[in-house]
Design a protein around this ligand. Structure first.
Ligand SMILES: [Fe+2]
Length: 318
């Protein structure tokens, strides 16, 4: 059951035009566009599919409003797919579609699917960083990014009311590994053949807020400059920050999340942990400090300096 990645995510939304604008500004490539469906890709050929919320081909919604209706995981071979089909058919309905994708539901009713991965390996260009003792860029200015072009879809996140039943299923039945955890509350899971720190994060948020639903979808960009360039571009285009920029201690990455009209957030990441069987997982207390080493709560749109850059004013003129 060699699950390698999140291969595709499908959203149900009320408004395809807003979805098209958001994902285009975010930097995905539009592959298909008709009245009922949009298909976007990242550089690794992972896909975001968007359909109207009332499309009968969508699995049922698990929450009110727009959100992810199905997450598709990639596997290495047809034999892996057959093994998953045999395992899951023991106690739930599984359905193979005409393209060879296997559809089912997890124990809480989240629609999941599996297919032989259509993603390809991608390699970021050398960032040519200058660091003491190692000159990556001599007599050349650093690259500036006016927007981002996400390279890989890395993880999908759901809020769930019961993590134990979910971890039993994903780890025990599908071979996911636990990379790190908030014991009893949150689990960072990677596919059995994945080196991403997590492809799936399941969090019980507790409290009185939303308990069950999609939270965010994340993409890795090529370097720190692209993360900031992408975030600033989204801000200029009027999209609201969900959180960031900032840095996660767990998985080590820089992040910037944007509120997505398709539901939840869309996250740019850079420098996420890459792990293998030698990785030593950790158990963490669920605190704000464990979530973010630092972050800006509402992006950079209120920044005086940033506003000045936008209007051409200097800070002194204000
Ligand atoms: Fe994330």
């Amino acid at each position: 059951m060699k699950i390698t990645t999140v291969d595709s995510v499908t959203y149900g939304v009320p408004d395809l035009a807003r979805a098209k604008q958001f994902w285009s500004d975010f930097g995905l490539s539009l592959e298909a566009d008709d009245e009922r469906r949009l298909l976007f890709s990242a550089m690794d050929a992972s896909t975001v599919e968007v359909k109207l919320a009332n499309d009968p081909s969508l699995p049922p919604a698990i929450e009110r409003g727009p959100g992810v209706r199905e997450a598709t995981f990639g596997v290495e071979t047809q034999a892996d797919l057959d093994a998953i089909a045999a395992e899951l058919a023991r106690d739930r309905h599984v359905e193979l579609d005409r393209e060879g994708t296997l559809h089912t539901q997890d124990p809480l009713g989240i629609a999941i699917a599996f297919r032989v991965s259509r993603c390809r390996a991608v390699t970021a260009p050398d960032p040519r960083f200058n660091v003491p003792g190692r000159t990556g860029r001599l007599n050349a200015r650093g690259e500036q990014y006016s927007s981002a072009r996400p390279m890989e879809m890395t993880h999908v996140v759901f809020m769930v009311p019961d993590t134990a039943v979910e971890v039993d299923f994903y780890v025990g039945r599908l071979g996911f590994r636990i990379s790190d955890a908030y014991p009893g509350r949150g689990y960072f899971l990677r596919g059995g053949a994945s080196n991403n720190h997590h492809n799936l994060f399941l969090l019980n948020p507790g409290g009185t807020g939303a308990q069950f639903g999609f939270h965010h979808l994340a993409f890795e960009v090529a370097n720190i400059h692209e993360l900031f360039g992408g975030g600033l571009n989204m801000t200029r285009k009027g999209w609201k920050t969900m959180l960031g920029p900032g840095r996660h201690p767990i998985s080590s990455c820089y992040f910037w999340y944007f509120l997505n009209p398709c539901g939840g957030g869309a996250e740019y990441d850079f420098d996420s942990d890459i792990v293998n069987d030698d990785w030593v997982g950790g158990e963490f207390e669920q605190t704000p400090e464990a979530f973010a080493e630092w972050c800006l709560a509402a992006g950079m749109e209120e920044s005086l300096l940033y506003q000045g850059v936008q209007t051409g004013e200097t800070i002194e003129e204000r």
